[in-house]
Design a protein around this ligand. Structure first.
Ligand code: ZN
Length: 498
């Protein structure tokens, strides 16, 4: 049937150009019961119809009912018992009846119609990520599901690799791919039992492992790093987007390098900035990576909260931060995180950083290397299980460190420059005044998310800092943007302008 389909396209396209496809009333008598075995399928961006040949027919005519106009249109001049109807729109169920002209020039029709919803074949774009082929298609509200098929160039048959039951989802990742292998994909939309058409040739790509990409802040802008691709020499294109400039825009092009610094001119402050790296003349695209847009010329501070999490307090602080476009760093106690998963995730989702405050809040100077390492690793593992990311900063309980602690902890040790003593006074006003009288550009402020008084103080501190022009950033962001290299076993108190 597919071969016939191709031939009929050429024939019917020529014939169609002589026809006027308008709305006409029919005076034809309906002579026959049944449908004359009329069959309709979705094919080639339209509907393909076949019916049984009628011996006395000199010409076939189809009557098509369009529910959107509530009218029947004639399609005349058909010489063979099949027809490819392109004049149909996606998502509409058309009814057809078979008619024909006999040798006496009388039109005869079969009484019953056959109805089918027209479902177009979605168009596909393919790209390579570090470990998958990404298949993106145009969605249709008419679909109840999409079926994605794949084959190798040597395969005759398509294999259904995925069924997507949400018609708003417009992509999948195919992880079952081998570097250097060609794959062909096609997709059809389904509406219940009605099967849409698919592109017979499919869409082809070679899976080429994309470079993995990371980003960080620096005093000169956002540094985008990636692994060079297949160790060959390529031109890399760096694209940027954000909520302020939502479509991808190229900000940099480099040749045979694994790094690019996006200057602050191309960064949107106060929102997340996304970057991706493409290989020129290929469909190889990295996953995007992101940094928050921070203005290096405005003052900034890092609010830090230790000893938590604790649902009521942590959530209250995060909610204040969110309302003010601020973020903070929570140095958590590892033994607590499983009991307070929800607020930990909440903090991460709000763009906050999670730091490591040991597993049992041990004063590390009292312990040997093995215990110290164990305290740090257990906490990192517990956090990673919940948030997907292990902390990269440590704050020693009590701020106590010695040479054993410095050599045992394989992460930077973060101290503070403003101590609110919130744990001691448990009074919101004293926390507020400690911040107001001591804060300056580059401060790291110490608080604890265990006390309601601290959460209440945060409600005053955060809007006040904002009104003073401070950006409230994470510790890592503060150090990176001010050019403080974060190194294992080194101690940091603040990030004043150098
Ligand atoms: Zn502590």
């Amino acid at each position: 049937m597919k071969k016939i389909c191709f031939k009929s396209i050429a024939i019917t396209l020529v014939l169609l150009s002589f026809l006027s496809v308008g709305v006409t009333a029919f005076a034809t008598e309906q002579d026959f019961n049944g449908t004359n075995n009329l069959k309709i399928i979705n094919a080639k961006s339209g509907l393909f119809l076949t019916w049984d040949a009628v011996e006395e027919a000199t010409e076939y005519r189809l009557k098509r009912y369009d529910p959107t106009t509530d009218s029947w249109s004639p399609i005349t001049g058909i010489t063979k018992p099949y027809y490819q109807d392109y004049d149909v729109k996606n998502g509409i169920a058309y009814t057809y009846k078979v008619c024909y002209m006999n040798s006496e020039g009388v039109e005869k029709c079969f009484q019953e119609g056959v109805k089918l919803k027209c479902l177009y074949a979605p168009k596909i774009t393919l790209s390579c990520t570090p470990n998958s082929v990404m298949i993106v298609w145009n969605t249709y509200s008419s679909a109840s599901q999409y079926r994605i098929y794949r084959k190798l160039p040597s395969d005759k048959q398509w294999t259904c690799i995925r069924v997507v039951r949400d018609n708003k989802v417009n992509y999948i990742m195919d992880y079952n791919v081998i570097n250097g292998q060609n794959y062909i994909y096609t997709i059809k939309q389904m509406d219940g039992d009605v099967s849409g058409s698919y592109n017979i040739e499919g869409f082809s790509t070679r899976f080429c492992k994309a470079p993995t990409v990371t980003s960080k802040h620096s005093p000169k802008g956002a540094v985008i790093n990636w692994t060079k691709y297949n160790s060959g020499k390529y031109t890399y294109i760096i694209d940027h987007r954000s909520a302020v400039s939502p479509s991808w825009k190229t900000v940099g092009i480099v040749y045979d390098k694994g790094t690019y610094t996006c200057s602050f001119d191309n960064i949107d402050f106060g929102v997340i900035n996304y970057f991706r790296v493409r290989l020129k003349n290929t469909n190889v695209v990295t996953y995007s990576t992101s940094v928050y847009g921070i203005d290096p010329n405005k003052p900034m501070v890092a609010l830090t909260y230790d000893d938590g999490p604790l649902t009521s307090v942590t959530n209250s602080i995060v909610s204040t931060l969110k309302k003010n476009g601020a973020r903070a760093t929570f140095f958590v106690v590892g033994s607590r995180v499983n009991s307070y998963k929800g607020c930990l995730k909440n903090a991460v989702n709000a763009g906050c950083e999670i730091g490591n405050h040991t597993y049992d809040h041990y004063i590390l100077t009292n312990y040997k290397q093995g215990t110290i390492k164990n305290q740090i690793n257990k906490t990192n593992n517990a956090v990673k299980i919940i948030t997907g990311k292990a902390p990269t900063l440590v704050r020693a309980p009590g701020g106590s460190f010695n040479s054993t602690v410095k050599s045992s902890v394989k992460y930077p040790l973060i101290q503070w420059s403003v101590d609110t003593l919130d744990w001691k006074y448990r009074k919101s006003s004293s926390v507020v005044s400690a911040v107001k009288s001591n804060v300056k550009d580059g401060s790291v402020i110490l608080m604890h998310d265990l006390y309601k008084s601290t959460a209440d103080a945060t409600k005053t501190i955060v809007p006040w800092l904002k009104s003073q022009g401070y950006q409230m950033v994470t510790v890592t962001e503060l150090m990176q943007i001010r050019g403080y290299d974060l190194k294992a076993g080194q101690v940091y108190y603040s990030a004043y302008k150098k």
